[in-house]
Design a protein around this ligand. Structure first.
Ligand code: SF4
Length: 89
């Protein structure tokens, strides 16, 4: 019998997404809940009950606006990779 700890960790879609051919990750330890990303793309992000950003519907924002919203984070809490190369921050 395997321990639960042996199970492969599934990415949490609230903080890790494949969207518009990009891989985007929110670092919940860095996010301070300023909400700049939500202002830029309200359909893509929201704050959860802890006041920390999560992805909601990033596929509903255009790729350009989504990337701009990720880049607007003042504490660089959102990382975006394209083909394994970091394009944000
Ligand atoms: S802009 Fe950055 S710090 Fe502000 S809510 Fe979004 S991820 Fe968090």
């Amino acid at each position: 019998m395997r321990d639960a700890g042996d199970e492969p960790r599934l990415p949490d879609p609230s903080v890790e997404r494949e969207v518009h051919g990009l891989r985007a990750v929110i670092d919940r330890d860095l996010c301070v809940g300023f909400g700049d990303c939500i202002e830029e793309a309200p359909e893509a992000f929201d704050l959860d009950e802890d006041g920390v950003a999560v992805f909601t519907g990033p596929e509903h924002a255009s790729r350009r606006r989504f990337v701009e919203a990720c880049a607007s984070c003042p504490v660089d809490a959102i990382t975006v990779l394209e083909d394994g190369i970091e394009i944000v921050p």
